[in-house]
Design a protein around this ligand. Structure first.
Ligand code: ADP
Ligand code: MG
Length: 278
């Protein structure tokens, strides 16, 4: 079987049979006023489950961030609904965690206190806060930096602290919009490994937007391709690459299958870019 055949499409019945916590139903989004409307998203249907590491790929402007903002509850769709455990979700709430491109930690609090902050707001006891924050500091590899302040950490470390803070709130899903794109190549590779390790440990549902096909193939178990005008999902694939706790990214990248799938996915994305530039 060729590697492209291995990259099989997910069927909707297959996805529906899984125990889905988050469901996007017929989401469309128009920007602008009546008369001058711009359709940014059209008829998006998606089931997201715990255990999913969903990577979303698509050309710039196809609506990836708009979709993420709708799932986060920051944007209201023009039509359609987001359901979490069967309940309509229309505004930001702790069930949906967001990791931004900039870690936006509170500069006057140390890392431990930054992670505890949301828990304190929720009324967790001091002992509980310390226990949870310590657990996630350990998970993201920052145990020895609990008393450090954000300005004392590198960009990658700050981003890991931001991920720990999000995890500490125990959301059902974590949304990440190109979280590593501001990092240098080496730090980026380390962060990919960290995130994969975190996902392996927690099996949280991750909805991860990237413009980097390699990143999607290394990290995601589901890969979604979007096209623009209007923004829509055109394909969804199961990632067949061997995945293990000891994910060896260099080895994966050097496989013939990786290379072929990468080219195939890039072609699919470029098809849309070329159409728009005609
Ligand atoms: P992506 O994240 O895939 O690059 P976006 O979701 O940011 O795409 O944007 C999708 C489309 O919607 C783009 O054409 C963008 O210019 C447009 N857009 C985004 N935000 C707004 C807004 N607030 N008002 C009007 N148009 C917007
Ligand atoms: Mg974007």
């Amino acid at each position: 079987m060729s590697s492209i055949e291995l990259l099989s499409e997910c069927t909707s019945s297959e996805l529906k049979s899984k125990d889905s916590n988050i469901s996007l139903e017929n989401i469309s989004l128009d920007y602008g006023q009546s008369g001058k409307k711009f359709r940014a998203l059209e008829n998006i249907n998606l089931q997201l489950c715990s255990d999913d590491f969903v990577c979303v790929l698509g050309p710039s402007g196809c609506g990836k961030s708009s979709l993420l903002n709708i799932i986060a509850g920051y944007l209201t769709p023009s039509s359609g609904n987001v359901f979490i455990d069967g309940n309509s979700h229309t505004s930001p709430d702790p069930q949906v965690g967001v990791v931004f491109q900039q870690p936006n930690l509170l500069p006057w609090l140390n890392i431990q206190k930054n992670i505890e902050f949301g828990l304190k707001m929720k009324g967790a006891s001091k002992a509980k806060r310390v226990e949870i924050a310590s657990h996630y500091l350990e998970l993201v590899g920052l145990r020895d930096y609990d008393k450090s302040y954000p300005h004392q950490l590198s960009g990658g470390m700050k981003q890991r602290a931001a991920i720990a803070r999000t995890l500490a709130a125990d959301p059902k899903i974590i949304l990440l919009d190109e979280p590593f794109s501001a990092l240098d190549a080496l730090t980026r590779e380390k962060m990919q490994k960290h995130l994969y390790f975190i996902w392996e440990k927690t099996r949280k549902c991750l909805f991860f937007i990237t413009h980097d096909v390699d990143e999607a193939l290394l990290l995601g178990n589901r890969i979604i391709i979007m096209h623009s005008n209007p923004g829509r999902i055109i394909k969804e694939y199961k990632n067949p690459l061997i995945r293990s706790k000891e994910q060896n990214f260099r080895k994966l990248r050097s496989q013939k299958e990786f290379f072929e799938m990468r080219e195939y996915l890039i072609d699919q994305i470029q098809e849309d870019d070329e159409k728009n530039n005609e």
